[in-house]
Ligand binder design. Structure first.
Ligand code: SF4
Length: 182
């Protein structure tokens, strides 16, 4: 007979990680967290679309999409809407996604400065204002920080493990504990 952990481990959380206008430091934090959580996550998370980890990605039917970066132009808007259509929950990751800053420095440019960069904005289909993710699509949760706050990210992950019926972690599988990990 299977233990509760074994029985629960069959259901994995299907996730995507998407990067928009930013420096991608929260992606680096995610990879760093794997030093401590890989052996737990490999049995509990289906990394369906995570370009920083692999080249064969599938964004369809995600449980949770994690979105880092601000939304700075038409291409970002279109891609973000596609992400929203393909996930049940969407989490804004890091200050740029949550507030639009610091990626959106041009939001405080003077009219003269804006005049100078306007041709480049037009050329690259960029908007005058850089916006947080929630201005473009519905956001279910936010993890602030620059880069993201690790404890808050792990808490959000735990919340979705519970919501989507992903089994209790097996502590013996972990090589260590991140700050804030249960
Ligand atoms: S929130 Fe900070 S660390 Fe994250 S992408 Fe923006 S500038 Fe970089």
């Amino acid at each position: 007979m299977k233990s509760p952990v074994q029985a629960g481990s069959a259901r994995k959380l299907r996730i995507g990680w998407f990067t928009f206008t930013c420096s991608e430091d929260s992606s680096i934090v995610l990879v760093e967290l794997m030093n401590r959580h890989y052996f737990e996550w490999k049995d509990r998370i289906d990394f369906a679309h995570v370009r920083i980890l692999k080249s064969n990605n599938d964004m369809k039917n995600l449980d949770v999409a994690f979105v880092e970066g601000a939304i700075s132009g038409k291409r970002d808007e279109e891609n973000l809407k596609k992400v929203r259509e393909n996930c049940k929950r969407l989490v804004a990751i890091g200050a740029c996604a949550v507030t639009g800053l610091p990626a959106g420095q041009r939001n405080s440019f003077s009219p003269d400065q804006m005049e100078k960069i306007r041709p480049f904005l037009k050329l690259h289909r960029l908007n005058e204002k850089v916006e947080p993710v929630k201005k473009c699509v519905h956001v279910d949760a936010e993890v602030p920080g620059c880069p993201m706050d690790e404890k808050m990210f792990l808490a959000v992950l735990d919340r979705y493990f519970a919501e989507f019926g992903v089994g209790t972690r097996n502590a013996k599988q972990e090589t260590g504990n991140a700050p804030g990990a249960a």
